[in-house]
Design a protein around this ligand. Structure first.
Ligand code: GRF
Length: 198
């Protein structure tokens, strides 16, 4: 049975695109299908892309963004209206409530641009992560796919892949190399979870 994925985004959605591609012509073909994309950002390019791929989309309204509780209830309601097996956070910047985590226990995944538990936690997102890695003179960084729990980047790790940090790297250089690796491992991690769901 093909597993149904919902993706939550807030930004550019390059990981979302990697997952959609994998379901259409990559390692998730005939295994999984993206049936819904929810964006907390109405201008996110991700939404336009998903629409072009004929995937249902929901843009959260500004009024709904003001209250995390309300937002999470709305998302839960939408997810329960359709049958979703796995939820993938892909650059989603809002809080996931306890209710949502409990309802989809070990079925909500996130990707983080470092080798967790290093360089994770509150405030560690985007280019800040890569700046911190370079300032700490790390020789390697990478990407991590993990389950979502109530903490910041604390859920158990599903898959990691290392990336070398070069002496000449700017935070942007490192971010780009890590992002390429994210696009490789997110579909692989989803495949692993699906195999365990069987
Ligand atoms: C990625 O670096 C991911 O690790 C982090 O947010 C970023 C999202 O990028 N959680 P994109 O929107 O998928 O391009």
């Amino acid at each position: 049975m093909i597993k149904h994925i919902a993706i939550l985004v807030s930004g550019n959605g390059s990981n979302m695109r990697a997952i959609i591609n994998a379901t259409k012509r990559g390692i998730l073909k005939k295994i999984a299908k993206v049936i819904l994309v929810i964006s907390s950002n109405p201008t996110a390019y991700a939404i336009k892309y998903a629409e072009c791929e004929n995937i249902s989309t929901i843009c959260v309204r500004n009024s709904e963004l003001k209250n995390e509780n309300f937002l999470n209830c709305m998302i839960l309601r939408e997810l329960q209206n359709i049958k979703v097996d796995i939820i993938c956070l892909a650059g989603y910047t809002r809080i996931i409530s306890r209710n949502l985590i409990d309802t989809y226990h070990n079925r909500i995944l996130n990707i983080h641009p470092s080798l967790l538990p290093k360089f994770g936690g509150k405030g560690m997102y985007g280019i800040r992560v890569h700046k911190a890695v370079i300032e700490s003179r790390e020789t390697k960084s990478g990407a991590t796919v993990h389950f979502v729990d109530e903490g910041y980047d604390t859920g158990s790790i599903i898959m990691q892949q290392e990336v070398k940090v070069l002496k000449t790297d700017t935070p942007n250089d490192l971010a780009n190399r890590v992002l390429n690796v994210e696009h490789e491992i997110y579909p692989k991690a989803i495949k692993k979870i699906i195999e365990n769901l069987k």
